[in-house]
Each structure stands twice: as C-alpha cells, then as structure tokens.
Design a protein around this ligand. Structure first.
Ligand SMILES: [Mn+2]
Length: 359
C-alpha cells in the first residue's frame, strides 16, 4: 500500500472533525495546496467539498477519470455547463458553508452569494492548521527536497567562475536540481552578486561575477510536491575584512538562534536571539526581514519567525533560520538552513558548510 493511501483518508477525517468547531456543515476547499494536502489531486480545476457525511472531489471532464481513482475516499462529481460547482454544492443541502476567504476571488464570492441559498463563513486557517505539523511522509519528502538542494549547491561550487552572469548561474542551479530528481523550483532562485547581494530578494540579471564579489544564492526545489529552501553566501577570491566580519556575524546569529529551536519555544524568542546578536555588533538596521518561516507544500507557510510571531513551536513543524545583513551599495550576506522541530530540539536538513567558502 502506498503511504499516501493510508494518510489521505485520515487527513479528510481530520478536516471533517474540524467542521464541528467551525459551526459549519460543509467546507469548500479551493486553494490548490489544501486540495493537494487532502486528496493528492493536482489539476487546474478542482474543489473539495468536505461535509460531515460524504465528502466530494469536484472537477470537470478533463480530470474526472483521474478523480475517480482518488485515494482519499472522496466521491467524484463531474461539472460542466449544465451542472456547475454551485449546483453541486446546493444539491448536498448544505446550509452553512465555510470558504477560504483569503483565497477565493470577489467574483467567485459574488456568484456563490447569488447561486447558493445558505450562509457563508470563513474556513481560513483550518487546513493550514492541520498542515503545520508534518507527518513522517511529509518529513521524508522535505528531507529529500533539501538534500537535492545540498547536492546542487555542491555542484555549483565546481561550476561557478568569475565572468559568468547571475542568470547563467540561476539556470545551472535549476538544471542541477531537476537533474537530481526535483520536479521543479519551490520559487524563482535568487542569485545575487556583488552590490546586488545587498537586495535580499534580488532578481538574477546580466551582472558578471567579479573577483572580490560576495554571491548569495537562495534556492529550493520541489519533491513530491514538498518544497526545500536554503541560502548560502560565498566569495569569489579573497574577501576584504569588512566582508569577513559581516559574514561571521551572520554565521554567529544563524548558528546561535538555530540552537534555540525546540518544541515549546516562542517563535518571537528565536527571532530575538538572532536579532540581538546582529544588534550587538551595530547592524540592527541592516536586518529588515523576519528570521524564518515554515516550509511544506508552500514555500512560505506557518509558523512565522519574526519579532511579532506568536506561535509556539511544536514537534513536527518545519522552520527556516535565515538571518542576513545587507549593506546598500556594498554587499549582503544571508545564511539559511531548514530544520524540523523535535520534542527535544531540532534536525537540520541542510548539510552544506557554513564556514565562508572562497572560490
Ligand atoms: Mn526562506
């Protein structure tokens, strides 16, 4: 038996159990990652209708054959011109329907309001709340995705040369990850060199690597739908003292805050550990983003590690730890690992070295 065949019906049961707390008799799932989480069904048109009785997978002619063999125990419903999603909802006799209000469009809401004869409420955060704790299957997928990133990084250390452009490096990084078994990228790779590296989310351009450059690569791939995420900053040729000093501050902030990760810890306390170290050295203004985020079917998901993060870490959550210092017009440094939170601490999934690499 495929591992998912056992897990998917359990996830649907957990979603059904959440209906009672929500005070709704059905929940319409439209957000693709939530659909995939509950059904492993990937398409460009699919809704799940979770009810306390039967639950349904609603799609059109193009996907109905695949939907009929879903492993989640969902009843397939085919929609078309004569029988729409709204007809399918009405047919179940649902009175109080919960929808993902942060996801559905205003147009969808307007049409639903006209065609559905019951009340609506928000289902926001319900499926995300289930997704925040990763089961063993998900942990394995994320471990494999991150190890592909590590191998691709090792490959890049051989490949990168002065004179190449950021775009060429980004293309090679993508090629390497896909060649190593990734389905695709978890986000557009960030390859930022020299003065561009002071922009945390720089877009790879035509700048050519020069001796003395710092190069920040922030990248990840997908494996069986699950994302990876890692960042390393390396140097082309001997760096100057300021570069080495900044690198070591970021490395210290990254390592010390990473070591505080443990079930029961406050998300904001972990952020503060890194922020205080960077502040101590006088660079608090140069670390303007949060320390980290959860990673799963989405590249950015709960929990959020930043100064206002209220979540308490639990075993099975994933978090990135990615402090940085950015000096506008000069250079930037960011180091990022992906961790799984354990009862007694953490498991670091990224294994690439964090001492400054000079190529
Ligand atoms: Mn990240």
């Amino acid at each position: 038996m495929n591992r998912l065949e056992k897990i998917l019906p359990e996830r649907v049961r957990a979603a059904t159990a959440a209906l009672e707390g929500l005070g709704a008799d059905a929940m319409l799932i439209a957000k693709p990652e939530n659909v995939v989480y509950l059904s492993d069904f990937k398409s460009s048109n699919c809704y799940l209708l979770i009810t306390s009785g039967e639950s349904y997978i609603i799609t059109d002619f193009r996907y109905i054959e695949a939907a009929q063999s879903n492993k989640a125990g969902l009843v397939p419903v085919s929609t078309g011109r004569d029988f729409t999603l709204f007809d399918a909802i009405s047919k179940t006799g649902v009175k109080m329907l919960a929808i993902e209000e942060e996801y559905v469009t205003y147009g969808f809401y307007k049409e639903l309001s006209v065609k559905f004869n019951g009340s609506l409420k928000s289902a926001d955060g319900i499926i995300e709340g289930l997704r925040i704790i990763k089961d063993d299957y998900e942990k394995d997928c994320i471990r494999i995705a991150e190890s592909i990133g590590d191998k691709a990084f090792t490959h890049m250390l051989e490949f990168l040369k002065v004179g190449m452009t950021e775009k060429e490096a980004a293309l090679e990084l993508e090629f390497a990850m896909r060649n190593l078994g990734a389905e695709g990228l978890s986000f557009d790779s960030i390859v930022a060199s020299g003065t561009n590296s002071s922009m945390p989310h720089a877009i790879p351009g035509n700048r050519r690597f020069e001796p003395g450059d710092f190069l920040t690569m922030d990248f990840g791939c997908k494996y069986l739908g699950y994302c990876s995420d890692m960042t390393r900053t390396i140097a082309f040729g001997e760096p100057v003292k300021e570069q080495i000093d900044i690198y070591n501050i970021v490395k210290e902030a990254q390592q010390k805050s990473l070591e505080t990760v443990c079930a029961g810890k406050n998300a904001s306390d972990i952020d503060r550990t890194a922020r205080d170290i960077i502040k101590y050295y006088g660079y608090s203004e140069c670390f303007g983003h949060g320390l980290g985020h959860g990673v799963g079917l989405e590249i950015h998901e709960a929990p959020t590690l930043n100064p206002s993060g209220r979540e308490i870490l639990k075993a099975g959550m994933t978090v990135t730890i990615e402090p940085g210092i950015y000096l506008p017009g000069k250079f930037g440094v960011r180091i990022e690992d992906l961790l799984i939170v354990n009862e007694n601490g953490y498991e670091v999934l990224s294994s690439s070295q964090k001492d400054l690499l000079i190529i």
